[in-house]
Design a protein. Structure first.
Length: 136
């Protein structure tokens, strides 16, 4: 048995096909989905979703938060943004991560602010893209 998976961002369909297993970055931790999983709705945070195809191994997709619905061996993932790890330039992703890390570090110990939140979000995004690029 397999799962039908659709990953949709506002500007594109990132993935539409079948897979044997999905691991989602939910807001409560990693969630594994196999065929026969119970119906579920989960909030997703910025992170890396992994797909396992028995023949080709693991594929990574970087996600920018959203929701996932599991129903009758169909998984629909609606996100704010996404990119296949295989299409991410690993060197550029690592450089973006280092830049975002320095920007976030500049706000360490400071009270909450819009700028601090933006820096933390940029760091989470850069980390996801770097991880997705490096795990293919």
């Amino acid at each position: 048995m397999t799962l039908t998976l659709r990953v949709l961002a506002p500007d594109q369909s990132v993935f539409d096909g079948t897979t044997d297993e999905v691991i989602l970055p939910s807001t409560t931790g990693q969630v594994g989905i196999l065929p026969g999983h119970v119906t579920m709705l989960a909030a997703l945070e910025t992170g890396v979703m992994r797909l396992r195809d028995g023949n080709n191994g693991w594929t990574s997709i970087a996600l920018l938060g959203g929701f996932a619905e599991v129903e009758a061996d169909e998984v629909t993932v609606l996100v704010n943004g996404a990119q296949l790890g295989s299409s991410i330039d690993a060197a550029a992703a690592e450089a973006d991560f280092e830049t975002a890390q320095q920007a976030a570090a500049a706000f360490e110990g400071q009270p909450p602010s819009t700028e601090k939140l933006k820096a933390q979000q940029a760091l989470a995004r850069a980390r996801a893209w770097m991880q997705a690029a490096g795990s293919n």
